[in-house]
Design a protein around this ligand. Structure first.
Ligand SMILES: [Cu+2]
Length: 143
């Protein structure tokens, strides 16, 4: 029998190429893992900041804003009554008569909507008797 040189395996070269392929596969897997772990979170953060979001917690007798500044335009406004009494919420830009009115909520209730806020300084308050005077007011900057 004559040897068949072309079909003879070369163990050293084979081992080297297998090692390279494994290394490449490991790199690809690591890249995929980091992409799938990192991408959804960062995209969600970009979307949230681009749209603008403001959460207002209503308790006796305070309004707690999730942030003091939001970007002008469409803002996702969320109000939650975490107190033990009903509360409502008004927003008014200084120098304007236009008010954003959030209906009265009962304890535990939540309300949200997208509102359009032009740039300016806004006063937020609860319009129930005495509530603003007792501390349920806050300032928001929109820019
Ligand atoms: Cu109130």
């Amino acid at each position: 029998m004559t040897p068949e040189p072309h079909r003879r395996k070369r163990p050293a070269a084979l081992a080297r190429s297998t090692a390279l392929m494994l290394a490449a596969a490991a790199l690809a897997a690591a890249a995929l893992a980091s992409a799938s772990a990192g991408r959804p979170r960062s995209q969600a953060r970009v979307r949230a900041s681009a749209a603008g979001h403001l959460q207002v917690i209503e308790v006796e007798y305070r309004l707690m804003l999730s942030r003091g500044v939001v970007r002008a335009g469409a803002v996702g406004l969320e109000a939650i009554d975490r107190g033990s009494d009903p509360h409502d919420l008004r927003l008014r830009r200084l120098g304007s008569n236009h008010e954003v009115i959030v209906p009265q909520l009962n304890p535990g209730q939540r309300w949200d909507a997208t509102v359009r806020l032009p740039p300016g300084t806004y006063r937020l308050w609860c319009s129930l008797p005495e509530h603003a005077r007792l501390g349920m007011s806050a300032t928001l900057r929109v820019r």
